[in-house]
Design a binder for this molecule. Structure first.
Ligand code: GLA
Length: 482
């Protein structure tokens, strides 16, 4: 994509689909349909643009069957146990998850044959009976009995050379003859234009979705596609089309199953994939500070409900940074929330924290997942502020994240656009850092007692910003009172 200003002032936008050399050759009379290009014009800045995209995603992109269903809170096992699967232990994790208010329990990578690390097993989509000697049913039933949905991880398009599938079908690789395919995370890609490979993958997914009460698939794709070839021809576009066909076939056979699009985190996030999936795993970088920026980037095009955002362990696995439960909880709050850790190993205090933010998310979920998202202007770059305002403007939630130490001695103002100018709102702090009152001698009075202001005042004058420590956050709620 290219966006530019010409010398005479006209704006130019140029966009194209990138095909590989020789991939597409049109014979006389043939035509080509490119992928969709989505564009929006806004005369109200980038917030206006995001409102168009979010509205379009909600009305025309997302599969509509699940629109009315509140998005269940997840517990995903990956960062809790990685490849170390013991069904008894996993059931204990599920029990504790349900106690905290989790609504969907997902077993991530590591459950299938030969998968004890990331060097082997991809392609062998059969339950590892050495890890699950009594089968998977007892785990699924345990999860269901606790009132939770059950989800399972797959990475269907991928194959490790150390797998029975590769040993039997080395020709199923997406590759170019004579070119030595490089690995990515020790794995290779399966050629989905090969009908036998395609049918095998469908059969395996269909088997699991038919044999167990699975409500959700985490569909991963953990490497780039390099030099894709089929019958001597470049095959990037066709591979993608066949991937859509595989997802479509799975959905047609199992219409009640929801699918997450994951690709080492955020590698496959776009509107075409979202027509057939329900949410994205935003990033494998689950550090709350980094997530503030990552989630902000995503907010330009995608509404919060499709953005998987999980509370991770206090000691972040990807950056080794530590964050309080308040900062992690509030950062995960404005998306499709989940927990990404082993609850069995957590302290009582942490568990109470998870429970608290799960409750808060459940209370705010109807607003967050239907309202309008605003990225607010700040007087200081060290603040990042977002608001979600209900479509009827009767309520709003505002999150102030303090990313770094304040730049200025004066804290500036919190101005909230998008409210009903003539209405009066009651404004209250809902959640704050535990040391909030020790940071300075006196925080703005409204943070203690709440206050009532008109929508116009909120937008034009605003509230005095509180003082926060770096890497903490504050949640505010507004309710129309007249
Ligand atoms: C990717 C995903 C993770 C996890 C692992 C499993 O990295 O983004 O969430 O599922 O794969 O291997």
């Amino acid at each position: 994509m290219r966006v530019d200003v010409k010398a005479d002032g006209r704006r130019v936008v140029q966009a194209e689909a990138i095909y590989l050399p020789g991939e597409i050759a049109l014979a006389k009379g043939e035509s080509l349909t490119t992928p969709w290009l989505y564009a929006s014009y806004s005369d109200t800045g980038l917030n206006g643009m995001s409102h168009h995209f979010h509205g379009h995603v909600r009305a025309a992109i997302l599969p509509s069957e699940f629109a009315a269903k509140p998005r269940p809170i997840h517990l995903n096992t990956w960062e809790g146990i990685y490849f170390d699967h013991d069904p008894e232990y996993i059931m204990a994790m599920a029990t504790q998850s349900a106690e905290m208010g989790v609504e969907r329990f997902i077993i991530d990578d590591g459950w299938f044959r030969g998968r004890n690390g990331d060097k082997a097993g991809l392609g062998d989509w059969f339950l590892d009976e050495s890890k699950y000697p009594n089968g998977l049913t007892q785990v699924v039933e345990h999860v269901n009995t606790l009132g939770m949905e059950f989800g399972l991880w797959f990475e269907p398009e991928m194959i490790n050379k150390d797998s029975d599938l590769y040993r039997t079908h080395p020709d199923w690789l997406l590759a170019v003859d004579g070119y030595d395919q490089p690995t990515g995370r020790n794995q290779f890609v399966i050629n989905l234009q090969n009908d036998d490979a395609f049918n095998f993958l469908f059969e395996r997914l269909d088997h699991f979705l038919s044999a167990y009460n699975i409500a959700y698939i985490k569909w991963d794709m953990n490497r780039e596609i390099v030099q894709p070839g089929h019958e001597g021809k470049a095959a990037g576009q066709k591979q993608t089309e066949r991937y859509y066909a595989l997802v479509d076939k799975v959905r047609a056979a199992h219409p009640n199953v929801e699918i997450e699009s994951c690709a080492a985190g955020g590698g496959r996030i776009d509107f075409e994939v979202l027509k057939r999936t329900h949410r994205f795993w935003t990033s494998d970088n689950n550090d709350a500070l980094e997530r503030q920026r990552i989630q902000r980037g995503m907010s330009y095009f995608f509404p919060p409900e499709v953005m998987g955002s999980h509370i991770g362990a206090s000691h972040c696995h990807s950056t080794r940074r530590r964050h309080s439960i308040e900062f992690r909880g509030l950062t995960a709050l404005f998306g499709h929330m989940g927990i990404e850790l082993d609850p069995v190993k957590e302290t009582q205090e942490e568990k109470e924290g998870f429970e608290h933010y799960i409750k808060l998310h459940k209370a705010l979920r109807p607003l967050l997942h239907s309202g309008k998202t605003w990225r607010l202007q700040t007087d200081d770059d060290a603040h990042q502020i977002q608001a979600v305002i209900s479509q009827d403007k009767s309520e709003a939630a505002v999150l102030i994240a303090q990313l770094a130490m304040p730049t200025n001695a004066l804290s500036g103002h919190l101005r909230i656009p998008g409210l009903d100018a003539d209405a009066t709102y009651k404004i209250d702090v809902v959640d704050k850092p535990s040391n909030f009152n020790d940071i300075v001698n006196c925080q703005p009075l409204w943070t203690e007692e709440g206050c009532e202001l008109s929508g116009e005042w909120c937008e034009k004058v605003g509230l005095t910003m509180p003082i926060l420590d770096a890497e903490t956050a504050l949640l505010i709620q507004l309710k129309r009172v007249s």
